[in-house]
Design a protein around this ligand. Structure first.
Ligand SMILES: [Zn+2]
Length: 265
């Protein structure tokens, strides 16, 4: 049962992370210089990757990770392909990128931003999570957050900027993960075009699978720029939503404790 709740207080910030992109940036190969956006048979790289995914009958929606289908070095080729097509978009917008020095390299900048930064969570593998056995057999409520969220809506590719709190009630048998890993995992899920409701569910599924806790709770509170920059242009609208699993769903006292601790910090 989703709980909608307004959260207004500013809370002590934990660090958000920006490391997921470095791997992709480092993968430079010389082979793409010949014909960067096509494979040996002349097919566009995006089509080659798409066919690999389809052959496995896998899904490749905007918020899916497709790292398993991308070979080393291909991300640079994808940047080149996106840059070419982004240039065509600018031309269709009747922008003179030849003489306008501000937009001269915009197509490439946008392509790099999409592939290597803001949608990078689609293209790189899940961050490795070191798991620790629950030696002291902790079974108290843990709250991690706020974790900074930077994402974009699947509908308009407009930014979504917000915060996430994660509550975990570990069991004595749970495998625990380091605190920074919650941020890494959150960033990996959010660095894709997303819908807030689906993003928190995906994160909750992942945490349940990894930690096997008695309960997981997630609250996300975010500004959606497609409501502020365009559309209704309502600058103050926010979306807050939550997922409650296991003990958080069954035990209203635990749920209340989690939510009250978010308000106070
Ligand atoms: Zn939108």
């Amino acid at each position: 049962m989703p709980i909608k709740k307004a959260i207004s207080k500013k809370v002590v910030a934990t660090k958000s992370v920006g490391k997921a992109t470095s791997k992709a940036v480092a993968k430079k190969t010389s082979t793409q210089k010949v014909n960067p956006t096509k494979d040996e048979s002349g097919l566009p790289l995006s089509l080659v990757i798409r066919r690999r995914i389809q052959a496995q009958k896998a899904r490749f929606h905007a918020n899916d990770n497709i790292a398993a289908f991308i070979k080393p070095g291909e991300l640079d080729g994808l940047v080149d392909e996106v840059a070419e097509k982004m240039q065509a978009v600018l031309e269709s917008l009747v922008i003179d990128t030849d003489s306008d020095h501000n937009t001269k390299n915009t197509s490439r900048r946008v392509a790099k931003m999409f592939v290597q930064e803001v949608f990078n969570g689609r293209y790189v593998e899940q961050p490795t999570l070191t798991k620790f056995p629950n030696v002291s057999r902790l079974n108290e409520l843990m709250i991690i957050g706020p974790i900074t969220v930077r994402s974009a809506c699947s509908h308009h590719l407009c930014p979504i900027m917000g915060r996430i709190w994660i509550g975990v009630l570990p069991s004595k048998e749970s495998a625990l993960i380091g605190l920074s890993k919650y941020s890494r995992l959150t960033e990996w899920v959010m660095c894709r075009p997303q819908i807030q409701e689906e993003a928190v569910v995906e994160l909750a599924d992942m945490l349940e699978k990894k930690i096997k806790p008695i309960g997981v709770a997630i609250v996300m509170d975010a500004d959606h720029f497609c409501m502020q920059w365009r559309g209704v242009k309502d600058r103050d609208s926010k979306m807050v939503n939550s997922v409650m699993r296991g003990a958080f769903l069954k035990d209203s006292n635990l749920r209340r404790e989690f939510l009250s601790l978010l308000d106070k910090r």
